[in-house]
Design a protein around this ligand. Structure first.
Ligand code: COS
Length: 383
């Protein structure tokens, strides 16, 4: 268990209570219906948890990546899909927290902290997944406005959020170096929503296309400066990847606990199956991996919150390791539950489906390895 402060333990406790009391009774319903869980958003908002990662002067609790990870982990322990209504808002708010002007922060962060308006982050496009620098959305200056044209794909909270950070090219001739970041509000003329995805897991979390057709946004919605958009996106991902790792390890913890409970109760050959050493060793490996991943996540979060300049490597490591652990642990949990594990009546098959995305989004684990390797090479060259 990482060393949390009293306040952090209280936040964890609050999130755990929402997860068990509010999310647990409805997680199967949302997994089947794939509707957005507004009732849970309200519960999270009422508990002020949307404010945990927002500075106090903008209506938040004043925490950071650590608090964001704590809440995400506890919610994900029960439902990795519903947890995203919280975590994706954290991702959407991050560019504002990191790069917003005082005016922009005053305008938007209190709304996010109160849970009145959700946020989302829009970088990915059909031709710009791992190759995030290949975005095609343009943002052309027109007097005191920018005109956005293009399509963003697979945007978590798309259509549910009201505050979007969108990365577009203000100078297409410079590629990623000509990208800029903008705040776009729901309801802006020329901004609409496209296809809603039908996903394997994290159901109950909306993943949707954003369409910009001559969408005029005021110049004051530019974040940082023109040409800084790719850097804004990369720094945002550095801060948010420990959150994905926390989601992964929350899911893994849920699966491990379910597997232990089941193994204690399931009688085969006249004894509970947990009495078998082979199964005990599986559980031991699962628990060890979860504990190691948690230590790495909260170390990455601690570094992020301490203002360390370059956290790309440890942030990528935490997401890579925790998501691989989550996939292994949830798959083993299904195995321990045997035939029951494969049935939708038990939660572990959902946990396995939910875990899979954590190896893919916010940068595939292959990209995380690239990020880590680049850092290793840079460090070696400095010696
Ligand atoms: N922090 C600050 N700046 C960064 C950065 C970081 N973590 N990573 C890259 N940059 C800067 C570089 O320093 C470089 O700046 P200069 O133009 O001044 O030299 C610029 O950004 C371009 O960097 P680079 O050449 O390394 O970019 P690549 O196109 O090679 O891409 C990866 C780098 C692969 C790391 C990037 O595209 C990536 O993270 N892809 C995955 C995207 C992703 O996670 N998508 C998920 C969807 S968002 S939920």
């Amino acid at each position: 268990m990482p060393e949390f402060t009293e306040e952090q333990l209280m936040i964890a406790d609050l999130a755990r209570r929402i997860a068990v009391e509010k999310i647990l009774p409805v997680r199967e319903k949302y997994d089947r219906s794939d509707e957005f869980p507004w009732e849970i958003v309200e519960a999270i908002a009422e508990s002020d948890l949307y404010g945990v990662f927002i500075p106090e002067e903008y209506g938040g609790f004043g925490g950071g990546v650590t608090e964001m990870a704590i809440v995400t982990e506890e919610l994900s322990r029960v439902c990795g899909g519903i947890a995203l209504a919280f975590a994706a808002t954290g991702l959407g708010a991050m560019p504002l927290i990191l790069f917003g002007s005082d005016e922009q922060k005053k305008k938007y962060l209190p709304q996010i902290a109160s849970g009145k308006r959700l946020a989302a982050f829009a970088l990915t496009e059909p031709e710009a997944g791992s190759d995030a620098g290949n975005i095609k959305t343009t943002a052309k200056k027109d007097g005191d406005h920018y005109i956005l044209n293009g399509t963003k794909q697979w945007i978590t909270n798309g259509g549910e959020a009201e505050i979007y950070t969108v990365i577009g090219l203000t100078d297409p001739s410079r590629g990623a170096r000509g990208a800029s970041a903008f705040i776009v509000e729901d309801g802006t003329s020329g901004f609409s929503y496209g296809k809603k995805e039908d996903k394997m897991g994290i159901r109950g979390s909306t993943t949707r296309e954003l369409i910009f057709e001559d969408c005029r946004i005021p110049s004051e919605n530019l974040l940082a400066r023109t040409g800084f958009g790719f850097m804004v996106a990369m720094k945002t991902l550095d801060m948010s990847r420990p959150g994905v790792a926390a989601q992964a390890i929350g899911i893994a913890r849920g699966a491990l606990e379910t597997a232990i409970d089941y193994a204690r109760q399931r009688i085969q050959f006249d004894k509970p199956i947990i009495a078998n050493q082979g199964l005990q060793w599986m559980l031991s490996d699962m628990a060890t991996k979860v504990e190691a991943a948690r230590a790495l996540i909260y170390e990455a979060a601690r570094k992020a919150d301490s203002g360390e300049k370059d956290i790309s490597k440890i942030s990528a490591m935490s997401k890579l390791f925790a998501s691989d652990v989550a996939m292994e642990v949830t798959t083993d949990a299904v195995q321990i539950l045997g035939g029951y594990g494969y049935m939708r009546e038990y939660p572990v098959e959902k946990m396995m489906r939910d875990a899979k995305i954590t190896q893919i989004y916010e940068g595939t684990n292959q990209i995380q390895r690239d990020v880590i390797a680049r850092a290793l090479i840079k460090e070696a060259a400095r010696k």
